[in-house]
Design a protein around this ligand. Structure first.
Ligand code: ADP
Ligand code: MG
Length: 477
């Protein structure tokens, strides 16, 4: 039999009255209006958000106990908060929020997915917990300090700092950080979370990937618990959602995100989103969401320039206690240019190779390692390409290079070509020799040696070879 809200509330008040001081009772309990009761959930109307928070903070224990006496241990409380009292022409605006539901889980059980299998029926398990305790899912290594600033990321990084200083109370809400893979979106978004946790320890921060959010949503909708899902997220102070491009075409999840976004934004809570493209290009995401994404600031991360890449490498080495010759650092920064993750990857491969082979890190090793590493992004240079470049450079006809001419210019051009082919391709000496009219590998060895010797003794020759070397290097990128 359905109980009557009015009656249940009157009974609760009788007990509360005996416990709470008269003045407090008048202030905090008399203004409450019982609204409805269904499935052990009593809905009470309160005059403001502040009122709701005060009750939750100071009287949750008492409310829980009295309500359980009336409705049994399944009892739950929901608040209807008057957000705007309305006017003659306008209806008052109300918002429904659950009572101390998720707040009652001890910290270590607070990984939200747990709640899916164990939906919170009784909101008062541990009454009196003041702040919701949840694991913010942050990785402590992602900090502002370790995020090198450059022209490529200045706006995004500074906006991130502002957001972290005054979450919710700034004009960058939401802050949307976008850019290609491996450019630091996750790092920066997490740095905001970590900084807020450090400076505002009472704020509830949550980092979640879009995939996880969508999976959680689907689990909840299977269990008919979408409201629990949405309410949980509505309790967050700083919500960070990574890679929102994954919401494309996930219509139902978008609806949930929309509800959560609106609630948080209206209550002055902060949203931080990342995406692999600017909001306007996110196909498959509802326009109403996209327009909200554009309310705050969209800041992009670009490919870092050479100097920033050097700085990132040096910072990383310092952090890991590594040392290597400056020329190696320059070589890496020069050759790996489109992605910070690859930059770090190259550094790690180099380290691994050096310790596996018990070999010092030097330019030679770096070249070897990077050759495999950047294969996909760099062009494979062939012997023919080098031959043509040398011919162009010295203005020598291609067929002469291959014939057995003994003319000095041609001999030198041929030797330089072999030397470069040895340095810049993976071909064996035998193969290189075959490309010069069927010479054998000893000729190639001899040529390489001659070039080295001449470079030491002949300044002009040396200049020529270095200039050619640079051209080949550029062609290989
Ligand atoms: P994304 O999320 O954009 O794919 P990540 O945030 O995962 O990229 O960054 C990839 C790697 O590069 C991480 O290890 C991150 O720490 C590093 N990184 C990116 N940008 C910077 C930067 N400006 N300074 C230092 N490290 C960076
Ligand atoms: Mg990422």
């Amino acid at each position: 039999m359905e109980k009557n809200a009015e009656k249940v509330w009157t009974n609760c008040l009788k007990i509360i009255k005996d416990i709470v001081e008269w003045q407090h009772f008048k202030t905090w309990f008399e203004p409450i209006k019982p609204i409805s009761i269904k499935n052990s959930i009593l809905v009470i109307q309160v005059p403001s958000q502040f009122f709701f928070e005060y009750l939750e903070e100071h009287y949750v224990n008492l409310l829980a106990k009295t309500l359980k006496r009336e409705l049994g241990k399944e009892a739950r409380l929901e608040y209807r908060i008057m957000v705007d009292s309305g006017s003659k022409s306008k209806q008052p605006l109300m918002m429904d929020v659950p009572g101390q539901g998720y707040k009652s889980y001890p910290n270590n059980e607070m990984d939200f997915p747990l709640i899916i299998n164990n939906p919170v029926k009784n909101p008062f398990v541990i009454p009196g917990l003041k702040k919701m305790q949840i694991d913010p899912q942050l990785n402590p290594v992602y900090l502002f300090d370790s995020f090198i600033e450059g022209d490529c990321n200045r706006v995004a990084r500074r906006a991130g700092k502002t957001v972290a200083e005054k979450p919710g109370a700034n004009s960058f809400n939401p802050l949307v950080i976008y850019g290609g893979v491996g450019l630091g979106k996750t790092h920066l978004a997490q740095a905001i979370g970590n900084e807020v946790k450090r400076t505002h320890p009472n704020k509830v921060v949550l980092y979640v990937s879009s995939e996880k959010f969508i999976n959680q949503f689907m689990d909840h909708s299977r269990n008919n618990a979408i409201n629990d899902f949405i309410h949980f997220y509505q309790l967050i102070d700083i919500l960070i959602i990574d890679d929102v491009q994954f919401f494309a075409k996930a219509e139902k999840s978008q609806d949930a995100l929309f509800a959560i976004f609106n609630h948080l934004h209206q209550s002055g809570k902060q949203l931080v989103l990342t995406s692999d493209k600017p909001p306007k290009d996110l196909e498959g995401v509802q326009e109403r969401l996209l327009s909200r994404f554009r309310w705050g600031l969209s800041a992009d991360l670009q490919v870092p320039d050479y100097d920033t890449r050097i700085e990132i490498l040096e910072r990383k080495m310092k952090h890991d206690g590594l040392e290597m010759p400056k020329e190696v650092v320059k070589y890496i920064a020069y050759n790996i240019s489109n992605n910070v993750r690859e930059l770090e990857g190259a550094l790690i491969s180099l380290l691994a190779q050096s310790s596996l082979n018990r070999r010092e890190i030097d330019l030679d090793l770096a070249k070897k390692v990077l050759r495999n590493f950047v294969k996909s992004s760099s062009k494979e240079i062939t012997i023919e390409t080098i031959q043509k470049m040398v011919c162009d450079y010295f203005d020598v006809p291609y067929d002469k290079l291959l014939q057995k001419t003994r003319k000095r210019e041609i001999v030198q051009a041929r030797q330089i070509t072999m030397y470069l082919a040895k340095a810049f391709t993976k071909n064996s000496l035998k193969t290189i020799g075959e490309h010069f009219g069927g010479r054998d590998h000893t000729t190639v060895i001899h040529s390489c040696q001659t070039v080295k010797d001449l470079m030491d003794t002949d300044g002009v020759f040396r200049e020529n070879v270095l200039e050619l070397q640079q051209k080949v290097q550029l062609a290989a990128m």
